[in-house]
Design a protein around this ligand. Structure first.
Ligand code: MN
Length: 259
């Protein structure tokens, strides 16, 4: 819940019209991300799988959860950081990104749900990379609004009256969605289906809850197709409203521990 005031003005990207390719939860699946970007027409600097651009000027929006569980969170971070800092991409904060940030700045965070994999991978990187990761994670916003309010992107969800606003409550909703306070047979929070009640005119694109296929509900679409659990990595093209996916190379994490 840091820096809410300083980040408020940056939620509004109304004057950014796209076209965009919105990417679901990556969770360290770097190889699948590169394959998906190539399939979407992005090109990489010769011999460098980090610096990405698109010949037609398309740009990327990541729904967050770049890290944890998967095999290569540092290179995912490296690619996305470079793309965000060079104006090719936007990225909203996922609950895993937020938790990694809090761990890296010394907060008391339980190392669960794939965070250990990321910390082990980051331990092999140099100090300057790790400090640029903290800078990057610190500047992530809970949601963005694009295209004169026609499109919003949040990690876990967004209610109509949240759009363009920020508060600790809204931020928690963006990161975790709406939980009912109950837990399921695995001890995980039961999620309330906010999208079923959504009546907004703004299209909300989000991830967080794994679905076998990208799922439309009212004017929302969930594009987390569980790549790290052996599903696929999905992109949603805007304004075309088309889906492009690549299959996971393998199962990196057992799905029943998803959170
Ligand atoms: Mn996720």
């Amino acid at each position: 819940m840091d820096n809410i005031q300083t980040q408020l003005s940056t939620i509004d990207k109304s004057d950014e019209y796209g076209p965009f390719d919105i990417i679901g939860d990556v969770h360290g699946c770097f190889d699948e991300l590169v394959t998906l970007l190539v399939k979407l027409g992005y090109t990489f600097e010769k011999g460098n799988k980090i610096q990405v651009s698109h010949p037609k000027g398309r740009r990327l929006i990541f729904v967050g959860d770049l890290v944890d569980r998967g095999p290569n969170s540092p290179d995912v971070l490296r690619l996305v950081m470079e793309a965000v800092w060079s104006g090719i991409a936007f990225c909203v904060c996922g609950n895993h990104d937020d938790k990694l940030k809090r761990k890296l700045i010394g907060r008391d965070v339980k190392v669960l749900h794939g965070l250990k994999e990321t910390l082990d991978q980051l331990a092999k990187e140099d100090e300057s990379f790790n400090s640029s990761v903290v800078d990057f994670l610190n500047q992530l916003v809970p949601h963005y609004v694009f295209d004169k309010g026609r499109l919003a992107v949040a990690h876990a969800g967004l209610k109509e009256d949240h759009i363009g606003k920020d508060s600790p409550r809204i931020r928690a909703f963006c990161l975790y969605g709406q939980t009912t306070g109950e837990v399921d047979e695995f001890g995980l929070p039961v999620r309330s289906p906010w999208a079923e009640d959504y009546q907004g005119e703004t299209l909300v694109v989000y991830g967080h809850t794994v679905v076998p296929e990208a799922t439309w509900m009212n004017n929302t679409i969930n594009i987390d197709t569980g790549c790290v659990f052996g599903g696929k990595l999905t992109a949603f093209r805007y304004p075309e409203l088309e889906l492009v996916s690549v299959d996971a190379i393998q199962i990196y994490y057992p799905e029943k521990t998803a959170l």
